[in-house]
Write a protein that binds this ligand. Sequence first.
Ligand code: AMP
Ligand code: GLY
Length: 433
Amino acid sequence: MKIMIVGNGGREHALLWRLAGDKPGADFFITRGTPGTESLAKNIDVAPTDVEAVVTAAAELETDLVVVGPEVPLAMGLVDRLGESGIAVFGPVAQAAKIESSKVFAKQLMQRVGVPTAAFETFTDMEKALDHVEAGPEACVVKADGLAAGKGSLVCHSREEARRAVELIMGERAFGEAGQETLIEELMTGEELSLLALTDGKNILPLAPSQDHKAVGEGDKGPNTGGMGAYAPVLITPRTLVEEIVSTTMEPVVAELARMGTPYRGCLYAGLMICGGKPKVIEFNCRFGDPESQAVLPLLEGNLAELMMEAAAGSLDGARVSTRPGAAVCVVMASGGYPDSYRKGKKITFFSELKDREDIVVFHAGTARSGEEVVTAGGRVLGVTGLGEDVIKAAQRAYEGVDAISFEGMYCRRDIGYREINRLKAMRDNEIS
Ligand code: AMP
Ligand code: GLY
């Protein structure tokens, strides 16, 4: 069996690690892998966004399954092209991936099928958007319609900030074409949650609920990043809340995309705000979350490779997934300066304490080989996942892993999982008293 992974970040390393565990006899390939993927997969020297080259490589290799990690090739129609060539692929076609690549498409679809989400208006005319800001509430969220590497949503706490955001997105085109159309949304408050689910366009199998830490600084301070860490599962999500999220947000969207003739096959990611115990959708993504997948995939019970094959074929009927007991915490080790400018090419030292530790897994996000050395090659460099019987133990192990790795200028948050750790401690205190 031959499986090809498209992408080369921490998420793709986690997918590869998991699939290699599930299919030990298979041959794996990855587009421009990192030193972390060398022992698991053969490198294909093709950019993940070079759609035609990926299709050619998959056809030549006669792959049994292609798994697409990032949103950009999905939005570009990689799945459509692989499908035309008769190659099985896990990921949505471009028209279904619009659930992430166009926020206007996603919001209109949610509105049509009654998915709970923030109230919104859309604008193609900057003056009209500015008028709306003047007439609206003090706080709002201004968003560029298209893909903007996770940076296109600006949370504004005053009209002045909102005016500036509209000008930035529509006037200065800070996110390029993504800002041709803009949304202005109601600001929701509550706790954020990520729920990833495998779907074949009909059946929906939710994985462990997780929480990302988007802000660069401890206590969720400072600018947003791609994600500084994640943990799973989340105590505020009892089984019934997961079921409610699936039935009120995912099922209507998946059914509507099927009705439109573009069934959604792949991983559907709901970014949610839990407002007074009720889920509301912030956004949908058309792929696994990063770093969420680095915490969620190690907890998945079941054979991911088989599930992906079945999802790709539209035949998940009767399939099940469950979450193994315990918790996972992923801490991102970043280059100092990230998410602004940072230096690359710093030598990474992995101390021997990491060897033979089954409770610590190191995923490479932005690394490269320089001769014999492994060096930094991105903002987010490594994701270190600790596994344990609860979130406290899992976090301890993740930080043991972090402390066994060093590179110049390394920055990480030291509080990943803090909300859950506080909740767990409070629950235990309650039990004692
Ligand atoms: P998005 O680009 O839609 O994923 O949004 C990025 C981040 O902005 C989210 O993770 C939230 O923290 C925040 N955000 C986006 N939309 C809203 C909203 N309507 N209300 C509150 N926060 C939001
Ligand atoms: N962790 C946020 C994302 O994957 O979009």
